[in-house]
Design a protein around this ligand. Sequence first.
Ligand SMILES: [Zn+2]
Length: 446
Amino acid sequence: MSVMRAFFSSRGVAVGVAVLVLTACSAGLRPTPAVFRTPAVDQLRTDVTYLASAPLDGRGTGTPGNDSAAVYLARRYNAIRLSSFAQADRPGCAKGGVTGKADCFILPFTASVPVRNGSPRLLKTQNVAAVIPGNGSLAGEYVIVGAHFDHLGRDSANARDPEKGHVMHPGADDNGSGTVTVLELARRFAQRPAQRSVIVVNFTGEELGLLGSEQFANHLPVPKEKVQAMVNLDMVGRLKNDKLIVYGVLTATEMKGIVDSANVAPKLMLSAVGDGEGPSDHAAFYRKDLPVLHLFTDLHDDYHTANDFADRLNFPGLVRVADYTERVVRALADRPTRLTFQRVQTAGANRPSERPGGGAYLGSVPDMGAADVKGMQLAGVRPGSPAEQGGLKAGDIVIRFGGKTITNIYDYTDALGAHKPGDVVEIVVQRAGAEVTLKVTLGKRG
Ligand SMILES: [Zn+2]
């Protein structure tokens, strides 16, 4: 398990980058690295294509493909001379800063994967992280920009096409798209740093339950009080009709204003959602009382299937998401004052802390982004939950619950709240265009 306590002093890289650019402009003794010269769209395409390629085998946590992806990301951070965090327990990486060693961007740890009715499975894996020091008096504060780089590998349990067996799931959109956007943002902030320092981080273990982001949030390499906000990119490669979903806009009182002001022409159609919970890595930071955002271009038919291919991504759209995210992150990193964190009070169905103990429990994970869906779409089901045992699956749209019509998450919350643990309810879902009726025995919350 990797614990990082100290971190480097935050001056080095800004100077390093300035020198690099100067030399390249003046004498040409040291050329600008290729990553700075390639147009964004080409670089994003190259990176996603690699991450989703056959040798990486779907980047399942704890597999060689996942490890190779981590090395690829670490090399890219090293190529643009970012700083790594100090890792006291790793000789050669103990100091952090600009070390010239790609390996020091890798943060190894042992992930503990919950197993139903058994002891947890231990997987050696890694996050990848780097920092771009701020260039002003706020350099001792941080904005974290993250995305998970793991995917399902050949695991069919969390796939939406389990009938295909243990096939490779390329995960180009989920979450090659967010991963490469973080790389793109890293090179932009390295070229032009913000006031606050920007931490870029790629999480492992997301598909197995936010393992990498929880590890990172639980062992932050900087004091938590110095973190302004966390911005998560998960599935941002399928921009359609200019629609971008932004979760977490109510996690700080100032966030909605920032998110709206960053939307300059040609404007995206922003769909803002307040909550900071949700089935992705930002939730790990929100649970630490940090303001968060999650950007998302919505679900699609290839989600968690063997067809989430790189060539199905909207690359010009991905550049627009990167442009937008850059403006948001700069606004967060450059504003003179700190954000005011607030906990969001919602009628969400997965907020056990807000529900009286002992209420009925299903274990569904609502897809909060599916705002234009009639019914409640599921992003997933909790392992071992009544929802899973009753046959509910990710992608299902709940349209009736115990005889009540469900048109949105609030209907669903009310319907669930009207039942007690042990009740057997009939749930009707839309799955692949057909209606499926399931019988589920509700569990007890908490
Ligand atoms: Zn996923």
